[in-house]
Design a protein around this ligand. Structure first.
Ligand SMILES: [Zn+2]
Length: 123
């Protein structure tokens, strides 16, 4: 199995509903995102997927969240914009975006600080 990973980042504001503590109040993060895709095979020139495609697809999805108030954006109008839920959202959106490519999204990590991240993957 081959696995590729790219890193990206974005900035946005959020607040966690029903959370008891500082995160209940409006605040921002410089989120970092690690996207992993996997493939069992390579193409004729030895690539699982052109990094350029992976970067472009990820960028278009991340741009939907960049410099936004996340609580006003679907699906975070209904579910909390926690790092965990954001990782799942990005995983699902990116999986749709790559449906016609010979790779599967294997994991998305969302870092809300230098030392804390949440991952989403499916088994
Ligand atoms: Zn926060």
């Amino acid at each position: 199995m081959y696995e590729l990973m790219i890193k990206t980042s974005f900035a946005s504001a959020h607040n966690l509903r029903d959370y008891e503590g500082a995160c209940e109040r409006l605040h921002g993060h410089n989120w970092r995102v690690d996207v992993f895709v996997k493939s069992e095979s390579l193409d004729s020139i030895g690539l699982a997927l052109d990094f350029k495609i992976l970067k472009e697809k990820t960028k278009s999805i991340v741009e939907e969240l960049d410099h936004k108030y996340l609580n006003e954006i679907e699906p975070f109008t209904e579910i909390n914009p926690s790092s965990e839920n954001m990782a799942r959202h990005l995983f699902k959106r990116l999986s749709e975006g790559l449906i016609h490519y010979p790779v599967k999204v294997s994991k998305v990590k969302v870092w809300e600080s230098e030392n804390a991240c949440a991952s989403y993957y499916e088994e």
